[in-house]
Design a protein around this ligand. Structure first.
Ligand SMILES: Nc1nc2c(ncn2[C@@H]2O[C@H](COP(=O)(O)OP(=O)(O)OP(=O)(O)O)[C@@H](O)[C@H]2O)c(=O)[nH]1
Ligand SMILES: [Mg+2]
Length: 221
């Protein structure tokens, strides 16, 4: 290698190293369970930023948290809907929180049960000052669900920022997945001027992990 090309090689390596640093996905080094409760006033009393996961029961909220944190059993999951009934705080890298919320719309808990959960969720969302952004999860296999559209309409009315995460992407072919997401986007554009950030994930294949973590990182910065 002559002197000129050695210099070029050196400069190129520096540029690549910087670029990799810049685009490197944030790593979750530690994730620990802190507290579960039904009362927003009993959530951790510090000012760390937090991100919450919400969506219909069984959509994959707890699984997604586990996937993001590289753990299997941090958040409790179940094939039976209605597993998460509490507000669960997980401390990440000792710096910020991920919050697993109960699912909405689970018929078997009865009218009173649904009302109770709705109140827990609403109080948390409206009163929790640490809450910076909510991820609303939609099952990518389903057509737009009334209950989901109503929920994000309510978030909009309350001025709560949110992003949409399509879950269980491994369950569909790429063609069907893209078609379903397109249908969803068109449905949203009927009443929303702008689309929120949208992510496509699978807790099985870990698809979408970097996108979600990068988004969280930009907000934390
Ligand atoms: N194939 C596949 N299955 C998933 C995925 N995410 C979740 N599941 C499954 O879906 C079921 C529900 O997952 P959970 O993570 O418990 O769902 P949840 O939204 O937390 O449910 P609740 O706490 O009951 O509201 C479990 O059987 C998971 O294994 C995914 O990305 N792909
Ligand atoms: Mg759950």
């Amino acid at each position: 290698m002559n002197k000129k090309s050695a210099k070029q090689f050196f400069v190129r390596n520096i540029v690549i190293t910087f670029a990799l640093q810049f685009f490197k996905t944030m790593e979750i080094k530690t994730a620990t369970f802190v507290i579960s409760n039904t009362d927003v006033r009993k959530c951790p009393q510090d000012s760390r930023t937090e991100f919450a996961f919400i969506g219909r029961s069984n959509v994959g909220k707890s699984s997604l948290i586990n996937m993001l944190c590289n753990q299997n059993k941090l958040a409790m999951t179940s094939s039976t809907p209605g597993k998460t009934q509490l507000i669960n705080h997980f401390l990440i890298n000792n710096e910020w929180y991920l919050v697993d919320l109960p699912g909405y719309g689970y018929a078997k808990i009865g009218k009173q049960g649904k009302e109770n959960l709705k109140k827990i969720i609403e109080n948390y969302i409206l009163q929790r000052e640490n809450l910076t952004s909510i991820f609303v999860l939609f099952d990518c296999r389903l057509e737009p669900q009334k209950i989901d559209l109503e929920f994000i309409r309510w978030l909009g009315e309350e001025g709560v920022p949110f992003a949409i995460v399509f879950t269980k992407a491994d369950k569909l072919s790429t063609g069907k997945l893209n078609a379903n997401i397109e249908t969803y986007k068109n449905k949203l554009l009927e009443e929303w001027e702008e689309l929120p950030p949208i992510f496509v994930t699978s807790s099985e294949t870990r698809a979408g992990k970097e996108d979600v973590l990068n988004y969280i990182e930009t907000i934390l910065k």
